[in-house]
Ligand binder design. Structure first.
Ligand code: HEC
Length: 222
């Protein structure tokens, strides 16, 4: 067999015992000879079909038409879920009592969080750690003395527009929920955020007693 090195043209048909479709090529290296073993036809067709399929597929999803990409679908679904959630929530008023109620409802805080993520993170940082805008995790506030002031700041802005007004950009429901989320951030920091600005204010009001009818409470005498 050592002699086979010098004698690579070994093309006798019976050297191919395994598969009659295989034939020996004239390639050899170190006495190892190469078979010509064709790919299965189904495999080649799969390859061809894949090649033909890919360009139109790519074009369909990436030609810039709105609403086709996965990201667009995801956004549409999120918007629908939000609409559904808001229809459950009903029309709320942006007042102190409503805000305090939502501050203690975790599932709604999650909706507020998504509003925060898409509108506020650019200036207030992830989870409100502070960036251009102040840290929203500490006990210090510049424009907020009472929890209801958060609503006011959101609606009308602050510091001559450094904090923009959101009244015309967000719905009342969104303003209430994002305000509740902002309030919930207080005390969540680990001290690594932006240094405190403003003054320390009193803690937020406690959770309202469960299942009390708000109108009865208002009517009750002092
Ligand atoms: C363009 C940047 C910017 C964006 C976007 C922004 N903010 Fe602000 N925000 C600021 C700045 C700057 C201040 C501080 C204003 C000042 O100096 O009095 C501020 C202040 C605040 C305050 C008062 C904090 C305090 O200490 O008094 C709250 C609450 C707040 N922002 C919430 C939000 C929420 C919620 C959003 C998203 C809906 C948002 N901000 C989006 C820049 C921004």
């Amino acid at each position: 067999m050592i002699q086979a090195m010098s004698d690579s043209k070994h093309e006798s048909p019976d050297s191919n015992q395994d598969d009659p479709a295989d034939s020996l090529t004239d390639q050899s290296f170190d006495g190892i000879q190469q078979y010509d073993h064709p790919l299965p036809v189904w495999w080649i067709w799969l390859f061809v079909v894949g090649l033909l399929f890919a360009p139109p597929y790519f074009w369909y999803y990436h030609n810039g038409t709105q609403g086709r990409s996965l990201a667009d679908h995801h956004e549409q679904e999120l918007a629908e879920v939000l609409k559904l959630q808001f229809s459950q929530m009903g029309e709320v008023t942006a007042d102190r009592e409503t805000l305090v109620r939502f501050l203690y409802e975790d599932s709604w805080l999650r909706v507020g969080r998504s509003v925060f993520k898409s509108n506020c993170v650019a200036c207030h940082g992830r989870e409100g750690v502070g960036k251009v805008g102040p840290n929203l995790q500490d006990d210090h506030y510049k424009n907020v003395g009472d929890i209801a002031d958060i609503l006011r700041v959101l609606q009308h802005g602050a510091n001559a527009g450094a904090m923009p007004a959101w009244k015309s950009k967000l719905s009342t429901n969104e303003i209430v929920l994002v305000s509740a989320y902002v309030a919930s951030l207080r005390g969540s920091g680990d001290g690594s955020g932006k240094p405190a600005e403003g003054r320390v204010i009193a803690p937020w009001p406690q959770a309202p007693p469960p299942e009390t009818d708000a109108t009865d409470q208002q009517k009750s005498p002092e």
